[in-house]
Write a protein that binds this ligand. Structure first.
Ligand code: SF4
Ligand code: SF4
Ligand code: SF4
Length: 375
């Protein structure tokens, strides 16, 4: 007798333990070392004991089934098998457009004061920049090219985008209807009733705040900037609130783990993506206010070129290997994550980890000790 998991159930092994990821119910089943061993044999088509309680439990949960003969089970996936073999254009889906670098405030956690943010890409940051900024005409050309390249998600941020609000609105209006999702980030203090009215039905607003009491509306997204030790009980955090942890040099990992939200929700698309690409760096580029193209808004040293005298297509042609190297830095390539069964559903801020460890593949912000074989 044989036992195999169903096509929708992916079995991922860590160093000692494994987990089953059910792509229909989007559920995780964490396994003990013994269960991992049994399931490893099953997935290798080895003969099993049909009275095994664990396998009967998997069967009763409709995660897999018994077979009389050896089976080949094709896992659920998207697209064609030959698609990847062809010379297809770059899968470039997400862009951060940093329309300006200016802001009159000086928040202590701003990128300007050194990288400390775990989700700084969704917030606003000002940067030291003496170059001439791109003009409105150039931003419109960039938006056209993003559209032509198949980009479908755009994050507009600054600086303070309320400073030259008419230009910000012109860029936003020019983007309308071209992308599946657009977002704009503004600090709570830079919002006005006029801005909220102007943005209505045009884009998704992300409001950055350091004060949890500012979070009053359910129809906006909030980026709540906080140190882990100041976070209120994580069970009370509303669905529309993302947490941007500020990590200073001294880190209490147990404290951080206590306050981090659990693993993010996953689906087949995100799971398959993370098998091949980094969860946030993959398929993503950033265009700075002076035209510089970066891998990530917070990785300021990842400069791939400048758009003042070039197009994005030129940059892809010239730097594709460099871009792909960052895009494909999935968690298989990150120390300690490579031994962890949750590596295709976990979040990772490479910019912050690189700052903390000094290495592009370093990992500090996790208190698992999978690499030491601990369960
Ligand atoms: S409001 Fe945003 S851009 Fe301005 S200083 Fe604060 S974090 Fe930086
Ligand atoms: S960060 Fe921690 S939990 Fe996430 S994949 Fe890496 S080792 Fe696993
Ligand atoms: S590494 Fe990812 S999460 Fe971190 S700042 Fe860059 S895009 Fe954002």
């Amino acid at each position: 007798m044989y036992f195999r998991l169903n096509p929708e159930c992916y079995f991922i092994k860590g160093m000692k333990q494994g987990a089953i990821f059910d792509m229909i119910d989007c559920k995780i089943y964490a396994l003990s070392p013994k269960e991992t061993e049994i399931l490893t044999s099953c997935e290798k088509n080895k003969i099993i004991d049909k009275e095994d309680d664990f396998l009967k439990e998997l069967r009763s949960r409709t995660l897999g089934t018994f077979y009389q003969n050896k089976q080949y089970i094709q896992k659920l996936r998207f697209g064609s098998f030959i698609e990847k073999e062809l010379n297809t254009p770059p899968e470039f889906y997400r862009a951060f457009l940093q329309i300006n670098d200016k802001c009159d405030k000086n928040c202590w956690f701003c990128g300007y004061n050194g990288l400390k943010r775990s989700l700084g890409c969704l917030g606003c940051n000002k940067w030291e920049n003496k170059d001439k900024p791109l003009d409105l005409k150039k931003w419109k050309e960039i938006i056209e090219e993003l559209y032509d390249l198949g980009c479908n998600e755009i994050f507009f941020n600054g600086g303070d985008l309320s400073i030259n609000w008419d230009e910000t609105m012109e860029i936003l209006e020019y983007s309308q209807g071209k992308f599946i999702n657009t977002y704009i980030t503004l600090h709570q203090h830079n919002l006005s009733e006029k801005i909220i009215k102007d943005l209505k039905n045009k884009t998704n607003l992300i409001i950055q705040t350091e004060d949890y009491n500012d979070i009053k509306f359910d129809n906006f997204l909030y980026l709540y900037v906080t140190k882990p030790e100041f976070l209120i009980n994580k069970e009370n955090i509303k669905e529309n609130v993302m947490i941007d942890f500020i990590i200073e040099d001294k880190i209490d990992l147990d404290n951080l783990a206590k306050y981090k939200k659990d693993f993010p929700q996953f689906n087949l698309q995100s799971f398959l993506n993370n098998i091949e690409y980094h969860p946030c760096l993959g398929h993503t580029l950033t265009i700075c206010s002076n035209g510089d193209v970066l891998s990530c808004p917070m990785m300021r040293d990842s400069n791939l070129g400048n758009l003042k005298n070039k197009t994005l297509s030129n940059i892809f042609r010239e730097k594709f290997d460099e871009i792909n190297k960052i895009w494909k830095l999935n968690l298989d390539n990150i120390e300690k994550c490579t031994c962890c069964e949750f590596r295709y559903i976990c979040q990772d801020c490479r910019a912050l980890e690189k700052k903390l460890t000094g290495r592009l593949d370093g990992k500090l912000l996790c208190n698992c000790r999978k690499e030491k074989g601990e369960v």
